[in-house]
Ligand binder design. Structure first.
Ligand code: SF4
Length: 313
């Protein structure tokens, strides 16, 4: 066996959990979660965090990272794992309770037959996710109230956030993503997404090595929304062909310049006149300020040393 296969995630997961590669990955994910918590002030001393665990790779990873961070956090907070059993056919109801018991986390399983409601109300062949999510959200908010939870943690990650941005951009005519922290419409709940800085790829690698008892997400029979699949494929293509592009898009979400968009509710364009000072400055006739990128040389017979002049200024 070569050194690289010994450390790869395809190796025996028990071995993989002791490899340096895995430990680096674990540390990176936990650091990402810690940074997101700090950047958005997600969790404070005395909070009760209800972690929604569906049985998918993302929510298992979220729970694992939060437990690890709590063990060494300077603040004291409580974690309660919650699973909603929606009575989908074939849902293995014993998997999550056994898992929660095995790691010694406080938990509650909530059973509500939203599956039948969705089946009754949505015609065959139509996508049922929006009604299903609305029902689920109501139940989770109610559960948070019952548990006295001050935070509801969801397992959405960086790639979910970027996909949502493009879904809204391409199909909704809005520049809107998925916030790392939000307040419910009734003002009673604070929802947090501590995996906001973590990539789906790394979460998937971590989940494989951890051998989480994954529950399939298609038990309801619903297919992934076609528009979301289209966006996913586009982003995966970009990630392969243009390294750094996805990271740049995510960075852009926290570098919004309202005076250089066109939304009159975000910036007072009407009140703009000679003498108005705008923080972001005048770039009316300037090209965008982009970092220099080397020209891509696909094939060339010019020796490497003499290609330096091909770099952009
Ligand atoms: S995939 Fe199924 S369980 Fe998930 S939101 Fe859609 S309808 Fe609900």
């Amino acid at each position: 066996m070569t050194a690289s296969t010994a450390c790869s995630e395809s190796a025996d997961p028990v071995d993989a959990r002791h490899s340096n590669t895995f430990l680096r990955l674990k540390k990176k994910l936990e650091r990402g979660v810690g940074e997101a918590i700090a950047a958005y002030d997600m969790i404070g001393d005395g909070d009760t965090v209800m972690v929604c665990v569906s049985g998918g790779k993302d929510s298992y990873t979220l729970l694992s990272c939060l437990l690890a961070l709590r063990a060494r956090a300077p603040v004291d907070f409580r974690i309660i794992a919650v699973n909603l059993d929606q009575k989908q056919p074939g849902f293995p109801a014993d998997v999550l309770p056994s898992y929660f018991e095995s790691i010694g986390v406080e938990y509650r399983i909530v059973t509500e037959d939203t599956y039948s409601i969705v089946k009754d109300r949505i015609p065959e062949g139509k996508t049922s996710c929006s009604l299903c999510s609305r029902l689920r959200r109501g139940i989770l908010y109610r559960t948070a109230r019952e548990l006295g939870a001050t935070r509801i943690a969801l397992g959405h990650h960086r790639d979910d956030i970027i996909e949502t941005l493009f879904l809204n951009l391409f199909f909704g005519g809005r520049i809107k993503a998925m916030p790392p922290k939000l307040v419910s419409d009734d003002g009673n709940h604070v929802v947090i997404r501590p995996l906001a800085f973590c990539t789906e790829r790394e979460i998937a690698r971590f989940a494989r090595a951890m051998e989480f008892p994954i529950i399939p997400c298609n038990l309801c029979g619903s297919q992934e929304n076609a528009q979301r699949s289209q966006i996913k494929a586009m982003l995966q293509g970009w990630a392969q062909e243009h390294p750094g592009r996805i990271e740049s898009i995510f960075t852009a979400l926290s570098n919004v310049v309202p005076s250089h968009l066109a939304d009159t509710s975000l910036f007072d364009f009407k009140g703009l006149d000679r003498g108005t000072i705008v923080a972001e400055g005048d770039t009316a006739f300037d090209p965008p300020e982009l970092p220099p990128s080397p020209l891509r040389v696909v094939s060339s017979n010019i020796p490497l040393a003499s290609r330096a002049h091909l770099q952009h200024d």
